[in-house]
Design a protein around this ligand. Structure first.
Ligand code: MFK
Length: 557
């Protein structure tokens, strides 16, 4: 067969050659990097040659629910493709969760973990999702130390032995709410040293896990003692479900290889974890970790899209030139490249803060920053990945819309980031929760200004960045002065603005410590700042405008 055939984009090792991940690690840890370089290159090689083909298999052979065995007994077995099981073994051996608890790289252990997750995620068919909850469960057990049983669970959750490693799910969402969990209907009845859980869990991802963390409500007679956190083994030693019926698997927009189920808890035996009535607070330790995983996956997906698009730019010719030589194409991709790099630096900053906090080596300001920047990072990277990937899919033209190029999957899967573990608006409101609880954003401004002041070689850029900070501060003051409704209506723009500034401060800190403040760096930061300025809406809505918008949207029907 003759004629023209286009060569497709090539997946390459994210830790070999000149890549952002390698460059970052090399410059951040010049002493450690040479010792781990070979191991990282091998990991990158496994992503390309082992994980990726398995992920394609898992993505084309979706999980199936087998409700009954041949003789009519209800079993609710989930049939997974062997490729998924193989990947689960490989992530255990690669210590994706374990490395955070082995703490081999001290305060940089989470940086090391998150950079590997970002590299692996787009070739993992969402095996990272159960790992995020596994990690969160390990952390909550480590923090709350609920009893001797927890030590055994903890060891299993962080094991590198695929035969021994357990994964965990996090069961929070019910029909009554994914965002507002206060309406949780699951009841917990005391049963000796255990509790029995009764209720329906509406979104339970990774139902193939061994352990789950779930919210349930305890009553003392007529008195509601509020929501508490429980831990339960999903199956017993005979592999039978713990009084759980699986109603059905969800048919989701993306994340097709990863089973998400609706469950009926029919007296499932569970243990109380932490104080009665402190369920939301306790589960938030899990949420904060899964939210950072979410960002690593979002940033990693955007990086993957960019790597493929850049490779394709050298291969695809149109109108007599390669795509890389078309100015409009270059301009479109350059913008995404800079936004991605900014997000990457914020992810690394938050991972570093998490690593320090877990070693109890963080200052009060750093604890504050971790709490504030976690929702900011999550909401901003999620939204940016959707925008970026949409553009990158388009950059492949019709090929980007065809399943077996594997590009559409990036698009389908990226949409989950802004929903999974809290929507953009819910996370924006979480930023206001921090502000309300701490009463100030001063530690943020302190860090931001200190970072910007490191730009001694670029006075104009420094002054532009300080002025951008002031504009966001003024926006917040005006919204607060306008009243609670105006502040709430401003929460998303505030959070986006914080995300932008925090990413630039993180990038500057990195360039400063790694002594890489060169002209290219200044140029990139100036360009992205100009883009951020053009795209951030800092208008505070008064009561009248909020009322007008509500009436226009909802009162006309
Ligand atoms: C991988 C693929 C996935 C497949 C498909 C998935 C599709 C999506 C399925 C889903 O359903 S994802 C949805 C997951 N749900 C969430 O992420 C929850 C979203 N909602 C929130 O995050 C709410 O903000 C929250 C439920 C936490 C609010 O609840 P409340 O009851 O209004 O909390 P409240 O009373 O403000 O806070 C209770 C305590 O927790 C407070 O502490 P104190 O008691 O000491 O004052 C808060 O400060 C604390 N807290 C709340 N959020 C926290 C936190 N502490 C630390 N970090 C946080 N993030």
């Amino acid at each position: 067969m003759g004629g023209f055939f286009q060569e497709g984009p090539q997946l390459t090792n994210p830790f070999a050659g000149r890549t952002l991940y390698k460059d970052y690690l090399q410059k951040t840890a010049p002493d450690t990097f040479p010792k781990i370089q070979t191991e990282l290159i091998e990991f990158g090689e496994r992503i390309v040659s082992k994980y990726h083909p398995l992920s394609v298999l898992a993505e084309t052979n979706h999980p199936k629910q087998i409700r009954y065995e041949a003789w009519g007994k209800r079993i609710d077995h989930i049939e997974m493709h062997p490729a998924w099981d193989q990947m689960q073994s490989m992530v255990a051996e690669d210590g994706i969760v374990a490395c955070a608890y082995e703490r081999k790289f001290a305060e940089y252990s989470r940086v090391y973990q998150m950079i590997r997750i970002a590299a692996l995620h787009p070739s993992s068919a969402f095996v990272i999702c159960p790992l995020s909850m596994t990690d969160g469960a390990a952390r909550v057990l480590e923090l709350l130390k609920p009893g001797p049983f927890a030590e055994d669970y903890f060891k299993k959750l962080i094991s590198r032995d695929p035969k021994r490693m357990w994964t965990a799910g996090q069961w929070m969402t019910e029909r009554s709410g994914g965002s507002d969990v206060s309406g949780t209907e699951t009841m917990a009845e005391k049963d000796g040293e255990y509790y029995k859980l009764y209720g329906t869990k509406w979104f339970t991802s990774a139902i193939t896990a061994q352990l789950a963390m779930a919210l349930g409500r305890i009553r003392d007679g007529d008195k509601d003692l509020g929501l508490s956190l429980f831990c339960l083994e999903i199956r017993n030693a005979e592999n039978r479900l713990n009084n759980i019926q699986m109603n059905r698997l969800k048919d989701k927009l993306g994340t097709k290889a990863m089973p998400t189920a609706e469950l009926e808890l029919q007296g499932s035996q569970a243990r109380l974890i932490g104080e009665v009535g402190k369920g939301v607070k306790n589960i938030s330790s899990i949420l904060n970790i899964t939210r950072i995983y979410n960002s690593a996956c979002a940033v990693g997906t955007l990086n993957r899209g960019l790597m493929l698009a850049k490779d394709y730019g050298h291969k695809r010719k149109a109108f007599g030139r390669y795509l890389k030589d078309h100015p409009l194409h270059v301009r479109t991709l350059y913008n995404i490249e800079l936004r991605h790099e900014a997000q990457f630096h914020l992810l690394m900053r938050v991972a570093h803060l998490m690593g320090k906090t877990e070693l109890n080596q963080s200052s009060a300001e750093e604890n504050y920053l971790l709490r504030l920047l976690t929702p900011v990072l999550k909401l901003w990277t999620a939204k940016e990945s959707v925008r970026g990937i949409s553009e990158l899919v388009e950059s492949f033209g019709g090929a980007g819309y065809i399943e077996d190029t594997e590009i559409p999957r990036l698009y389908r899967d990226v949409q989950v980031f802004s929903i999974w573990e809290g929507t953009t608006n819910i996370l924006s409101l979480d930023v206001l929760r921090v502000l309300r609880k701490e009463g100030t954003l001063d530690p943020f401004w302190g860090w931001y200004n200190e970072s910007v002041n490191k730009l001694t070689g670029a006075p104009q850029l420094k002054s532009d960045l300080l002025s951008q900070g002031e504009q966001l501060m003024n926006f917040l003051s005006s919204a607060m002065a306008e009243g609670q409704e105006a502040l709430t209506a401003s929460a998303r723009n505030l959070a986006m603005g914080l995300g932008q500034l925090a990413s630039l401060a993180s990038w500057i800190d990195y360039a400063h410590t790694s002594k890489s403040m060169d002209d290219v760096f200044y140029r990139k930061v100036s360009d992205i700042l100009a883009y951020f300025e053009r795209n951030l809406d800092l208008k505070v809505l008064g009561e009248d405008e909020i009322h007008h918008q509500r009436a226009l949207l909802f009162d006309t029907l």
